[in-house]
Design a protein. Structure first.
Length: 683
């Protein structure tokens, strides 16, 4: 017993060291997700080091945007701890095909039931079981089996056996021959022998004509289960030689039934990684613009919580299925700017190592190249993948050209240094730090070209439009925008404004100014260009304003009567569905908001024109520059600061009032005495 305990301790310590080394290595290979790696390794620890005590699968959920390393970090972790051969990945986006969950279970189910395997259920969002606003169940749920696997580790599995197809044909042929008049006694054909020989392709001989050929006995042993007690060909022959035709056909159908009956495989010692992209939680995921700030986007994704994830999952899955996923939810943030730069350097260093190994050339990179790759390759909602294609296009595809230059010029170069200058990729060739030759090649910078000021009609319109939003953000919401843009690389938008609105709640007091700010672009166009020259650029603003008001008035009780409005979906509807009055109230709010926007923009027209003038010749206006424009073109003063805690201070004030009243009563008690007639009198 003591020796066994010592061995267990030694094994535990060994695995703990392996896991710690894996943690350190992952942080070298995957940048920007150190806290994620720590959390992942910590949750894997118990399964890896103490698997023998596990009674149900360990389930770890990983959520995030595409291209942030959810699947790859798990696969790499399993490699580092030596379990790559015990790792099985299923793409739940494949509903049919050979890679679907149902059709790719063979490799997994060949493992022993108690083996500690790792199962990756990737793209869970494609395994949705409900749809629509009324949470209707999807009729054909082809991934239904995964929920039992997640919950108990069990899966119903039909093992494919190579002899099954041949055996099915044999049973079919014998059944047809029996129907055609072939008769059998004690396993031997007694009538219609010639027909049997012809159909079964058996030559004439003196040996007994067995109804089931002897060369099929091994197949029967393979397909029958233990309950049929058929271990040897002798056992099969003895059984068949006691049967007539009907009994033989029934026996063969029984073997066939055993062979096709699903067996229950249990993987209670497995670890199951559930991976998905939950767009409902990452509400900004549909924005593919390359002009979004990576840092701002990263900050927004760090605020996503486990309740947010579970709420988002309710739009795709039943409550009991979400419960089966458990409470280990690792939430990936988007990469920030620093992480993208680290990814670029890491990928370039890998490339440099390969060039050194293959060509014995030192390949180095200037910061100007890294900056260019960042500007051209980063789409914050799409993770690292676009970066890799940009590196390939900008660097890797040029390397053969650079190597060819060395060969053609017969240079004794030992180093190539890449940099960017005025739209050119510069390759400097060195030998022992001495410059031998420089070669330049144009870089096609699609995004930077799109971001350059156009100084045309479209930019003038966008400048005025976004200036309108910016001025109202400052004057009505007391928030100075972080960025105002009049030229973007996005084909769907000419410009945008980004502000950090401080309160994380919405009250009635916010409704009018927020709606006015959303309408600010349209109103600014009317003021500057005239009503007849209003453009179609405000369609998204109108949609946002209308949708926001409809949610507040129909669902949050902001109307004159606090009623929850909804669709009349059934006779016993529990929501109010007469919407005419509420929509009229929304219409009136929009009218008031437009008038408020007009008043504020007219009052602050000088600042409006100053911002619009700047944005008509420059692509973007950042916060620091905007502050300077405010100081020189407005008497609004400092408009930004931490918002007052109105609700908290009001509550404290009421409490203080209550305490003062209580103290007053205690110091000056009111005594009621009865007079001679029995009436109360105050003292």
């Amino acid at each position: 017993m003591a020796n066994q305990l010592t061995a267990l301790k030694r094994e535990f310590s060994k695995k703990a060291r392996i896991l710690e080394k894996a943690n350190q290595q992952l942080k070298k290979e995957f940048v920007g997700i150190d806290p994620i790696i720590d959390e992942l390794v910590e949750n894997v620890r118990s399964w890896y080091t103490m698997n023998s005590i596990q009674e149900k699968p360990a389930v770890i959920n990983l959520w995030g945007l595409t291209g942030v390393g959810k699947t790859s970090v798990i696969v790499r972790l399993m490699e580092l701890i030596g379990l790559e051969d015990k790792t099985f990945r299923f793409d739940l986006g494949e509903k049919d095909g050979s890679r679907s969950f149902r059709n790719s279970l063979t490799d997994l189910c060949e493992n022993k039931d108690d083996s500690p395997v790792a199962i990756i259920l990737d793209e869970l969002q494609h395994a949705a079981t409900i749809k629509g606003p009324f949470r209707e169940e999807i009729s054909e749920d082809k991934n239904r089996m995964i929920w039992e696997l997640i919950d108990s580790g069990k899966v119903s599995y039909v093992e494919w056996k190579s002899a099954l197809w041949t055996f099915e044909n044999l049973v079919k042929n014998l059944n047809e021959l029996h129907y055609a008049g072939v008769r059998v006694k004690d396993g031997v054909v007694t009538r219609q022998k010639n027909l049997f020989r012809k159909e079964m392709d058996i030559s004439e001989d003196d040996s007994p004509l067995y109804f089931v050929p002897e060369d099929e006995y091994e197949c029967i042993i393979e397909l029958a289960d233990d309950s049929m007690d058929l271990k040897l060909k002798r056992d099969v022959k003895e059984r068949l030689c006691q049967m007539n035709g009907n009994e033989t056909i029934q026996f063969l159908h029984k073997v066939l039934s055993k062979a096709t009956r699903p067996s229950i495989k249990s993987f209670h010692k497995a670890i199951i990684f559930v991976i998905g992209n939950v767009d409902e939680a990452y509400t900004m995921s549909g924005n593919y613009s390359a002009d979004i700030s990576a840092d701002e986007f990263h900050e927004a994704t760090t605020k996503i919580t486990i309740p947010d994830i579970k709420t988002a999952l309710r739009r795709r899955f039943r409550d009991e299925q979400i419960a089966r996923l458990g409470n280990i939810h690792i939430i990936y943030p988007a990469f920030n700017k620093d992480s993208y730069y680290k990814i670029i350097r890491l990928e370039l260093n890998r490339l440099s190592d390969r060039i050194k190994e293959v060509l014995n050339l030192k390949l180095t990179f200037d910061d100007t190249l890294i900056d260019e790759i960042y500007k051209e390759g980063v789409y914050p909602t799409q993770g690292a993948r676009p970066l890799f294609t940009t590196i390939h296009q900008m660097v890797k595809s040029k390397l053969s050209l650079h190597v060819n230059i060395i060969l053609k010029r017969k240079m004794e170069a030992d180093q190539m240094r890449l940099s960017v200058h005025e739209g050119q990729l510069i390759c400097d060739f060195y030998n022992d730090k001495e410059l031998l030759f420089s070669y330049s090649d144009p870089i096609t910078s699609y995004l930077e070209k799109l971001r350059k000021p156009k100084k045309d009609e479209s930019q003038a319109i966008a400048a005025v439009h976004e200036a309108g939003h910016a001025v109202l953000s400052i004057s009505l919401l007391k928030v100075i925008p972080e960025l105002v843009v009049s030229v973007t690389s996005d084909s769907d938008a000419n410009g945008f404004m980004y502000s950090k609105f401080n309160p994380n709640y919405t009250s009635r007091a916010h409704v009018l100014p927020k709606t006015a700010m959303l309408l600010g672009g349209i109103v600014a166009e009317e003021i500057i260009f005239g009503e007849q020259h209003l453009t179609t650029g405000g369609s998204s603003d109108l949609r946002k304003a209308t949708e926001s008001l409809m949610i507040m008035y129909k669902m949050n009780g902001f109307g004159s009567v606090p009623v929850y409005h909804g669709v009349h979906e059934r006779e016993n509807s529990f929501v109010y569905h007469s919407i005419e009055k509420i929509e009229q109230e929304v219409f009136e709010v929009i009218e008031k908001a437009k008038e408020l926007a007009k008043q504020e923009l007219t009052k602050n027209k000088r600042l409006l024109l100053a911002i619009a003038e700047y944005l008509s010749v420059e692509s973007k206006l950042e916060k620091e520059q905007l502050i300077e424009l405010i100081e020189s073109n407005s008497d609004m003063g400092d408009q930004e600061g931490k918002p007052k805690d109105f609700y908290r201070e009001t509550l404290k004030k009421q409490i203080r009032t209550k305490e003062i009243l209580k103290e007053t009563v205690e110091k000056n008690p009111i005594v009621l005495n009865k007079d001679k007639e029995g009436n109360h009198e105050r003292r």
